[in-house]
Design a protein around this ligand. Structure first.
Ligand SMILES: NC(=O)c1ccc[n+]([C@@H]2O[C@H](COP(=O)([O-])OP(=O)(O)OC[C@H]3O[C@@H](n4cnc5c(N)ncnc54)[C@H](OP(=O)(O)O)[C@@H]3O)[C@@H](O)[C@H]2O)c1
Length: 260
């Protein structure tokens, strides 16, 4: 069996590709997962040339119910071991009430929540056997603050925060760290739709962080053994403010509602 690797979902773009760059620069061998293989193959060649790391690319659609079991089998078939799991894949989703295609809603929940639980189910037990593991679930500030109109993305991220807390408590003392990383607005492909591009253009620049900062802070928090970490100083201040009565009043004017 090879040296243990970092497995990164959603590695074809944005934060996932940046996790790959930063982990490779520290000498970590990688397994990259997403639907689009071409950008991952390009990234794999770039990282192998630059850092001398081994990089495997596996195509998977994590909104498919069978995807995580198939991935686990494929990783084992290739003789690879995973000691670092970065559950990062995600997208903005359908509106629970307005979008009437229930099967699309279910696929979204599969991608955002069930696949993350599935990856943890498959890959954490071998970390327990080895007495070492790192699991980083990319959640969001949206998982900590309830927004009017956000009936699927924020709630899905709230589940990832709760899942991470439960797992962290369960594996405490076993050499395994589990972190829910909560980024705020970050420059990636995430806001590529017309609606989100308009939102991005109309929001102040200081709300936006670069992916390399978010990933660096996330990996440092994971190593320190934190369970939930909000990246970006602005957001660390904003969340507690939104939980005060005054903050709730201001948030109400902006369409943000109580989350407790
Ligand atoms: N950017 C932000 O402002 C922000 C803020 C908070 C949290 N986040 C979270 O950060 C994570 C990464 O997002 P990002 O900002 O880096 O967005 P991005 O640039 O759009 O990247 C999303 C990644 O997820 C993958 N993905 C999407 N659907 C998938 C599926 N069905 N199966 C497998 N992979 C899939 C995409 O790959 P393929 O399309 O090739 O499959 C891509 O690699 C997400 O969980 C997002 O919710 C982002």
């Amino acid at each position: 069996m090879n040296e243990s690797r970092a497995l990164i979902t959603g590695a074809s773009a944005g934060l996932g590709a940046e996790f790959a760059r930063q982990l490779a620069s520290s000498g970590k061998d990688l397994i990259l997962i997403a639907r689009r293989t071409a950008p991952m193959e390009t990234l794999a060649r770039e990282l192998a040339d630059k850092h001398g790391v081994a990089v495997d690319v596996i195509q998977a659609d994590l909104s498919d119910t069978a995807a995580t079991a198939r991935l686990f089998d494929e990783v084992n078939r290739r003789g690879l071991a995973v000691d670092t799991l970065i559950n990062n894949a995600g997208s903005f989703g359908p509106d629970l009430l307005q979008d009437r295609d229930w099967s699309a809603q279910q696929k979204y929940m599969e991608l955002m929540m069930i696949s993350v639980a599935g990856m943890c189910h498959h890959f954490i037990p071998s970390m327990q056997e080895r007495g070492f593991g790192r699991v980083l679930n990319v959640a969001s500030v949206a998982g900590q603050v309830s927004l009017s109109g956000d009936t699927s993305y924020g709630p899905a991220k709230a589940y990832l925060i709760a899942l991470s807390k439960g797992l962290a408590a369960t594996v405490r003392g076993q050499g395994i760290h589990v972190l829910a990383l909560c980024p705020g607005f970050t420059h990636t492909e995430f806001h590529g739709s017309d609606e989100l591009t308009r939102m991005k253009k109309s929001s102040p620049a200081f709300f936006w962080y670069d992916a390399d900062v978010v990933v660096r802070e996330g990996l440092a928090a994971l190593e320190k053994g934190k369970t939930v970490y909000v990246s970006g100083r602005l957001y660390r201040y904003l969340i507690p403010v939104l939980r005060t009565q005054v903050g709730q009043w201001i948030a109400g004017k902006m369409g943000v509602e109580r989350d407790d």
